[in-house]
Every structure is written in C-alpha cells, then in structure tokens.
Design a protein around this ligand. Sequence first.
Ligand SMILES: *Cc1c(COP(=O)(O)O)cnc(C)c1O
Length: 223
Amino acid sequence: MTNSIADNLDAVRATLPEGVELVAVSKFHPVDALRQAYDAGQRRFGESRVQELTAKIPLMPPDTEWHFIGHLQTNKLKHIVGRVSMIESVDSLRLLGLIDDMSAERGVVSRVLMQVHVAAEQTKTGFLPDELLDWFAGRGFERLRATHICGLMGMATNTDDTARIDADFAAIADLRRRILAIAPDLRGFDTLSMGMSDDYPRAIAAGSTLVRVGTAIFGPREY
Ligand SMILES: *Cc1c(COP(=O)(O)O)cnc(C)c1O
C-alpha cells in the first residue's frame, strides 16, 4: 500500500526547518488529490501549465494560494495576472515588462521570482547570473510599477552527482547575495525557491526558503 497524501505531506513538513515554506506541486494531478492536501492543511500549490491552473482555480477553496512555476507564454499571461500569489518563473525581461504592464492595467501588484539558469541542461530556461547582475546594477527594478521581485527561483542539474547539485544551489544563493550587494536598497528580495522532491534537503542546506515538492507528496505524475 502506498502512503496517503496527508501522510506524505506530514513526512515532508517534518523535514522543513523553521522559515522554509512548501509549495505542493500539483501539476498533472487531479483536483481530488489537491483537496486531500488542502484538507491536510496545505494551502500553497504549484502549477506549471496555464490551462490546467485556470481549470483548477474555481474548483478549490478561495484561500488556496497558487504559484505559477512553468514557462509562461506571453499570450497566456492574461489568464493568470491577478489570479496567482506568485509567478516563480519569470525568465525574460520581455515577460517581466508584460507582467508589469498588465498588473498596472488591472490595478494589482504581481509578486514574482526571477528564474536563474545554472543547471547543465540546455532545456532549462532562465536568466544567466550575469544577465541578472547587469539588470539589477542598471536598477531595472526601479522602472517596475506594479511588480514586486521577491527573489530568485532555480533548479539544480538533474544528476546523481551531489557535488554538482550543491554547486548549483550555492551559485543561486550566492547570486542573491551579489544582487543585494549591488542594490542594497532592494526591499523584500528574500525568497530563494530551490529544491524539488529529490534534492530539497540539499537546497535547504544551501539556503532555500521555499521548496517546490510534487512527487514526494502526490506520487508519480501520469503525463
Ligand atoms: C514539476 C516541478 C517541480 C516538482 O518536481 P518533483 O520532482 O515532482 O518534486 C518543482 N519545480 C518545478 C519548476 C517543476 O516544474
């Protein structure tokens, strides 16, 4: 017998130190599974596809918090601005600008994370560390009207090489410190979203404040 979602959630929560928050990554899982997690006290869920997210929002209680964690196509932005508590996957300045414009238009403030690319895989998206350093040095954030950059999100290389995983997480954590050194007046740039089912304890050791855990809670996804 496999464990229940509530049991899995308890087991994951038991490993999270004070100050580390959990996004239950529910992509590809039915609303029934999200309900079980909700009933076990989980309020923050992560989804990576706009259509799936917008189908689930009306089916869950209104105090459910949604984090968007997938690559966001600009033509789908209109479906999520103002409807999610955080967009973790801002991977281009064009996307950031469009989020800001739409948020201002709609009279909302969007909370976002900048996605950093440090992993070896070419398939993963995100800014290179130097691109972000340049942008923060140029104080690009001052031009945002309705977007709050809350920190960084990143993924480690998908490998069994724990030294490489640790180096990737350390690079993301270090980038946050370097950005704060360049722009010490940056407020609320506190979130480091790093760590998934297979590597979140290593991410926490490297300074993660937000882990995105799917499989360890909901079991394997059926694509
Ligand atoms: C799917 C996904 C996760 C969760 O992965 P698990 O290995 O199932 O925990 C975390 N972050 C992102 C960006 C994802 O797309």
